[in-house]
Write a protein that binds this ligand. Structure first.
Ligand code: AR6
Length: 175
């Protein structure tokens, strides 16, 4: 099941929340800042030992003071016009987060709209990729939540879930 919710991802009681991090994994603005504030300084300390994360990959940490049991940090691409491998890297960020979750027995997981804030990825194009990958993993989780910070983003997700109803060829929906 894929669910769309509107609100603050740091409040969700799920097995894992995903962080739209930067490659340092040491915190930043946006959802990354919110997650580090809510998890406490232990998250930064723990992540220091992970030694960073390249774009498209994912790393796991405990949730510390969060209601979520784990934080999966992934790094989405910075939008540079669309012909610098952005779609593949964004799909990889979602896919690698979900694969890591499966390895750790995670059954419920919530994602923010990765790369669509400070990293500038156009919302509709990013959402098509997010939903495409989520469809491919849907059956292996109890629940995959698209946690949108605003209603506009949630509307785009709801519409995309109607358009992309199953796992697309190659994991990334065309267009
Ligand atoms: N809960 C859910 N979604 C949120 C929250 C929240 N508490 N706060 C913001 N969002 P962004 P990016 C939404 O900029 O584009 C950081 O500095 C936000 O409205 O957080 O991947 C990192 O350190 C938007 O829809 O992430 C990196 O340097 C979405 O989360 C860089 O920003 C993603 O926006 C990553 O940029």
């Amino acid at each position: 099941m894929i669910e769309v919710c509107v609100g603050d991802i740091t409040r969700l009681e799920v097995d894992a929340i995903v962080n739209a991090a930067n490659s340092s994994l040491l915190g930043g603005g946006g959802v990354d800042g919110a997650i580090h504030r809510a998890a406490g300084p232990e998250l930064r300390e723990y992540n220091r030992g992970l030694g960073g994360c390249p774009t498209g990959e994912a790393r796991i940490s405990p949730g510390f003071r969060l209601p979520a049991r784990h934080v999966i940090s992934t790094v989405g691409p910075v939008w540079r016009g669309g012909d610098h491998g952005e779609p593949e890297l964004l799909a990889a960020a979602y896919r690698n987060s979900l694969e890591l979750a499966l390895e750790h027995g995670i059954r419920s997981i919530a994602f923010p709209a990765i790369s669509t804030g400070a990293y500038g990825y156009p919302l509709r194009a990013a959402t098509r990729i997010a939903v495409g990958v989520m469809r491919c993993y849907e059956a292996r989780f109890e629940c995959i939540i698209a946690c949108c910070y605003d209603e506009t983003t949630a509307q785009v997700y709801r519409q995309m879930l109607q358009e992309v109803r199953e796992c697309p060829e190659g994991g990334v929906a065309p267009g």
